[in-house]
Design a protein around this ligand. Structure first.
Ligand code: SF4
Ligand code: SF4
Ligand code: SF4
Length: 204
């Protein structure tokens, strides 16, 4: 699946979710400008992974602290390698030492590694835990430069405040943050590629 398609799905997901933070913002403040409210209901900010260059500004530019931008791993594209470039930086380390001694790429150790086949040289699941992820894009950068490019950045719709002018969009040097329409979802099954829990609650 190409990333353009992912962006479309992200839009569909945005339309599908019960966006708690957004709903709170829209419905709780009587002082909100009516036009802004209408815009917020129709559009949402999202990152185009084809344009994003993992510059790191997503971590600091967002008005939310920590950022509403998070990294995710497309599990259909990930190679489930013994060594993940988005997980550790010392890629020549012995397999059995990766978990205990591998030098983490992530500054907050939010990229988690789970063995699902058994053995030190088996197959591994890599997930970004969003309770810890600060959106620095370091894992995404290394995965795109050295790995299967399965990792990419998103703006979580349930965390995003739906600012009229997204501070990340303003700061992004690659114009990778777009306002995309919310769309209804009629193809949740089939090739829908990532677990909604990534975006809609608690995360991986
Ligand atoms: S600011 Fe733009 S290029 Fe930098 S990580 Fe965010 S979306 Fe990607
Ligand atoms: S390196 Fe860690 S904090 Fe940075 S985007 Fe990846 S998971 Fe999030
Ligand atoms: S719209 Fe606001 S809360 Fe959402 S990602 Fe942009 S700066 Fe952060």
């Amino acid at each position: 699946m190409n990333r353009r398609k992912m962006l479309r799905y992200a839009g569909e997901l945005l339309g599908a979710g019960s966006l708690g933070a957004m709903a709170w913002r829209i419905f709780s403040s009587p002082s909100e400008d009516a036009e802004f409210i209408a815009q917020s209901r129709r559009f949402a900010w999202q990152i185009d992974p084809d344009k994003c260059r993992s510059c790191g500004l997503c971590a600091t530019a967002c008005v939310r602290k920590p950022s509403a931008a998070k990294a995710v791993n497309d599990q259909k594209k990930c190679s489930n390698c013994v060594v993940c470039y988005g997980h550790i930086s010392d890629s020549h380390i012995a397999s059995e030492k990766i978990d205990s001694e591998g030098q983490r790429v992530c500054p907050v150790d939010a990229v988690k590694r789970t063995n699902f086949s058994g053995g030190a040289d088996g197959m591994f699941l890599y997930e970004q835990h969003h309770d810890e992820c600060i959106g620095c894009a370091k894992c995404v950068k290394r995965c795109n430069e050295h790995g299967s490019a399965s990792m990419f950045m998103i703006i979580r719709p349930d965390l995003c405040l739906g600012c009229n002018e997204c501070a990340i969009a303003t700061a992004c040097p690659h114009n990778a943050v777009l306002r995309i329409p919310r769309e209804s979802v009629d193809n949740y099954r089939g090739d829908y590629w990532f677990d909604q829990t990534y975006l809609m609650g608690g995360g991986a």
